[in-house]
Design a protein. Sequence first.
Length: 201
Amino acid sequence: MTICLPGGWRIACFFRKDNLMKVTITLNRGCNLNCSWCYASKTGFKKELDMEEDVFKKILSFCEEAKAKSVCLIGGEPTIYPKIHDVIRALKEKSMYFSIVSNGLIFKSVEEVKRFKDSGLEHIPISVKPYDKETYNAVTGKDSFDDVMTALRNLVENGIDVAASYVLSKESIVGIKEMVEKVKSGVQLNFECDFDIIFRL
């Protein structure tokens, strides 16, 4: 179910029987990549579309009152949302389980990893996208494949649990096996499969 809020903001609510299992919150539309399949590209990844702080606080109050089991933060790229650390701390203070859907680029910096950990980040799924540099560059518009591998390693080495997700598209489907092997051998984390399947015929 989608709930429309003043200002054009929407949150997606997922129920199981009478229980609110998850609330998905779109914090921003800005991103440090330009993936060919991304829905946020239709907004031009505009930074002025960042969610206002008071809107997030109202959504958080709703989640608490509705006894939401979990909160999922999406974008754009939510890790570059200006108030992301305040958001994480607020969720931790409410003892809410949360996840952040991220491309991981910000975590190529060990200092940023430590900053997020200090704010309360314990677990994060990282979208590793295509399995090689050439395909990654083609679909994301940026030469950052090695940065993502570095980011995964930094997160693991600093005690943050990482799940690797992989977007299936016509360009990337041929490299599923190679990506699993690359992530497992290069980063040495327990691989969790979370496939987003996107086909445009």
